[in-house]
Design a protein around this ligand. Sequence first.
Ligand SMILES: Cc1cc2nc3c(=O)[nH]c(=O)nc-3n(C[C@H](O)[C@H](O)[C@H](O)COP(=O)(O)O)c2cc1C
Length: 243
Amino acid sequence: MKKKEFLSFHEISQNISFAINNNLTNNPQNWPEEWKIVNYNKYPRFPLLKATNNVSINNRLIDVLHERKSFQKNEKNVLLTSAELFTILKHSLGLKNDKKELNQRVYPSAGARFPIECYLIINKMEEIQQGLYHFDIVNDGLNILLEKNLTDEITKIFGEKFKNSQVLLILTSVIDRNYIKYGERAYRFSLIESGHAMQNICLLSTALQIPMTPIGGFVDSKLIRLLDLEKEREFPIYCCAFL
Ligand SMILES: Cc1cc2nc3c(=O)[nH]c(=O)nc-3n(C[C@H](O)[C@H](O)[C@H](O)COP(=O)(O)O)c2cc1C
């Protein structure tokens, strides 16, 4: 696939009619039977090498992996503090040491090209103004891009379900950072790397008991406009809501 083909595929894949305010997908009672069946590959005619007792890992990681879940609501009304938000950002996406080496980060990236960037829409936090922010990994803080109530934009981009979220986090890819090295494989790497970063965010949110949900269904064109991106240079891949 040439660059213009994967950009064109990315454009085609922006169909999210299945996600935003869709009465069929949003309501499991309306789901067809085949959506309810969850499969995995089975090899019934092959012998099974049964798992032995697990080694004991004396830290919280295993618990956190099992506790992780996507929340539908913030039932306990947990308020996200700025200290918690910065902790999640730094340890999910940030630089690994104090030397500020850009190629040393907490998540892996093919060839250390790091195409992923992170933006935040702050909607309801006590300590941070409503608006649009960019996570600055070097200065370990948020670049304030726009101070504004963006609840309407959140509803249009992510649907009614997320309009009361405290924060929406957006991972984008600046595709040329890895395209110059990996050519057509760059698109694949960007998708994989956003998954690495998002898993870190999932696990840290779990460890801090902050209800969150990953979001793959959003209106790309409206989000690109809000972030003021040149869409063939940088595009949103994966988002999440801190509910
Ligand atoms: C790539 C991806 C996209 C997702 N997109 C959405 C979404 O747009 N809206 C939503 O409510 N949940 C979304 N989810 C959450 C899934 O519905 C959830 O992971 C799944 O039901 C399994 O539940 P669990 O995460 O609690 O284990 C997404 C998850 C992934 C991995």
